[in-house]
Design a protein around this ligand. Structure first.
Ligand SMILES: Cc1cc2nc3c(=O)[nH]c(=O)nc-3n(C[C@H](O)[C@H](O)[C@H](O)COP(=O)(O)OP(=O)(O)OC[C@H]3O[C@@H](n4cnc5c(N)ncnc54)[C@H](O)[C@@H]3O)c2cc1C
Length: 328
């Protein structure tokens, strides 16, 4: 492991400045992903800037929504009374991730910025365009069970691993940032990106952008919401596919739906097509099947040494239908 410096600056603005001027520098929060990457040799920063004491850990009620400081730990967020009442899908997504000990360390800022679990990305002896741009993608024709069926490119077929991020994408969350040019906020659905020809970039953030908080809007329909994760083991495993959904049904008709899918793409996948099909449709299985089929209409299965990932298309379709039926 390459030696690095470790800073604990006095405030967030200094942290941002320290990282912005050093292209290799990284923010360090709970360290549950970044420290693994240091050990594996995936990243070799010259400087780690510890932000755990600089970002708020508060979870506050704001006009019926929630303001979640980037330093709030995943276990505290999952246990928060307002989260469980107003956004049960978020509490369920958090509890479906990692383990109790990891959730005690993992933060609201660090969780959505964890990197793919693609085995080739994590194995520095294999080519990977995300780790070393231009080196090739070993997953194409390799082991693809955990890889993308939507929005992939020839350069990268990796999936985004966070469960929490899928719930935040469904909830129309907002990300508050402090960057080298000051404060700004962006919709959560614009935080992550599809790989295209530059898969080394997971997000739309600039180097030195610090997540300071995540804001959830007031969304009464989210009180009736679910997160369902399908995985190879019942715990301590990443999603093969997952569904985060909230449904507003009145008089047997869907008034509104919020849906995001996990384990299917390079980013949490907001299911706009399915939502569109559902709006105004009878709240019944046939509508849910139509919605799910519309969402995966452009899905592309990958072949692979392990039999490929074609199973994900019917799996995500059936999981979405099951979640919607449960909600209605
Ligand atoms: C064995 C194991 C199993 C796991 N299983 C799951 C699972 O099933 N589901 C799941 O969702 N996750 C899982 N995880 C991942 C875990 O949830 C993440 O590692 C954790 O959420 C990352 O948060 P952190 O605070 O530790 O981030 P760190 O590791 O400290 O940082 C992660 C990245 O975010 C950046 N960063 C951190 N904070 C900020 C900030 N405020 N602003 C800007 N950049 C920042 C860092 O520079 C780094 O690039 C698992 C991890 C392990 C080790």
């Amino acid at each position: 492991m390459r030696p690095f410096e470790y800073h604990v600056p006095a405030d967030a603005a200094t942290a941002v400045r320290d990282v912005a001027v050093d292209p290799t520098a990284k923010f360090l929060a709970g360290g549950t992903n970044l420290v693994d990457h240091l050990k594996l040799g995936i990243v070799e920063p010259g400087l780690l800037v510890d932000v755990t004491a600089l970002t708020s850990a508060e979870i506050e009620d704001r006009d019926g929504g929630l303001w979640i400081g980037a330093g709030a730990r995943n276990s505290d967020l999952a246990a928060d009374r307002l989260v469980r009442e107003r956004y049960p899908l978020l509490a369920q997504a958090l509890l479906a991730g990692a383990s109790g000990q990891l959730r005690n360390m993992a933060t609201t800022g660090g969780n959505p910025l964890q990197r793919t679990r693609c085995v080739y990305f994590q194995d520095v002896t294999t080519p990977c365009n995300k780790r070393v741009p231009g080196s090739g993608c070993s997953a194409v024709g390799g082991y693809t069970r955990y890889h993308a069926i939507l929005g992939a490119s020839d350069h990268c077929v990796a999936t985004h691993p966070s469960d929490m991020a899928v719930a935040l994408a469904a909830l129309d969350a907002k990300v508050h940032l402090l960057g080298p040019d000051g404060e700004r906020s962006i919709p959560f659905v614009d935080l992550h990106r599809l790989p295209g020809a530059t898969p080394e970039k997971d997000t739309t953030l600039q180097h030195g952008d610090l997540i300071t908080a995540i804001e959830l809007p007031s969304l009464p329909m989210a009180r009736r919401s679910r997160y369902r994760k399908v995985r190879d083991r019942a715990s301590y495993a990443f999603a093969l596919v997952s569904v985060a959904a909230a449904l507003d049904v009145a008089d047997g008709v869907v008034r509104e739906a919020r849906i995001a899918l996990g384990g299917v793409a390079h980013k949490p996948w907001r299911a706009h097509r399915a939502e569109e099909v559902l709006r105004g449709a009878p709240a019944e299985a046939e509508s849910y099947q139509r919605a799910a089929r519309a969402e995966v209409a452009d899905a592309q299965a990958l072949e692979g040494l392990d039999g490929g990932n074609g199973f994900k298309i019917p799996l995500v379709t059936r999981t979405l239908v099951a979640v919607l039926r449960e909600l209605s």
